[in-house]
Design a protein around this ligand. Sequence first.
Ligand SMILES: Nc1ncnc2c1ncn2[C@@H]1O[C@H](COP(=O)(O)OP(=O)(O)O)[C@@H](O)[C@H]1O
Ligand SMILES: [Mg+2]
Length: 283
Amino acid sequence: MSEATPILEARSLVKILGGNRVLENVSLDIGRGRVKVLIGPSGAGKSTLLQCLNFLIPPDSGHILLEGREVEKTSKRELCAFRQQVGMIFQDFNLFDHLSALENVRVALMKVKGMSKLEATERAVAELKRVGLADKATLYPANLSGGQKQRVAIARALAMDPKVMLLDEPTSALDPELIGEVLTVIRDLAQAGMTMILATHQISFSASLADEFIFMERGRIVEQGSPADLLARGAQSRTQAFCSKISELTGESGQSGQSGESGQSGESGQSGESGKAGAERRL
Ligand SMILES: Nc1ncnc2c1ncn2[C@@H]1O[C@H](COP(=O)(O)OP(=O)(O)O)[C@@H](O)[C@H]1O
Ligand SMILES: [Mg+2]
């Protein structure tokens, strides 16, 4: 594989759900260490795309390549190996409620990666530490805040050593005051070189992080480019129009990616913007 080969590539993905073409010929690729952000209105197909990229739902047609090699979707063994390399983070965390934080992170290390309990425990502790939760290892999801649950989910995905992470609105289900702690972890991951595709409405945060914005509507990519270009004053892009609409709802500055505002201060909602997460969910 050459340096230029994308880590993950989707070619002409089509997905039909309930008789509707929810993804219409979607193609994208992402190189090592890059961050791409999916934006667009509710129902655009962002979640469907992320789930197709991970084969959680199989596309009806199209191709997915990992490091230049097409994934053989009929082989269970290959799909299992593929999913280990493409981590997925969901809006609603998807933790096992009957397992502690440590056990949530450890279980796949033992069952899928075949590690011994000792080895898996050491790795799980290290990953919980990385997301700032070393002291919460014994707690069950019921006793963790939403932000902590999402960080456990991120630790669990990281423990599998993924080559790319797909994050589907990871802060949408969180109370505003908990969003910042998850965004901080995502920023740390990006700075550590993790390749990520992220669906989010956290515009100023993602503008400061992303190499590219991908704007989707009705199952298609209708615009893509650097946040600086798409959000530049006078750009008149679809992305800009959409982002201004979000800003109106949340009070966030749609241009803030340009002004170097940090995601943490801009988006953590510490000032009690209680409408923000709600607006994010509504969009
Ligand atoms: N299981 C399903 N059956 C029928 N339609 C679905 C199903 N899942 C999603 N859809 C439709 O697919 C479209 C895209 O949904 P989704 O990928 O969730 O969009 P987004 O994440 O951008 O909000 C929506 O119109 C949604 O109603
Ligand atoms: Mg979605």
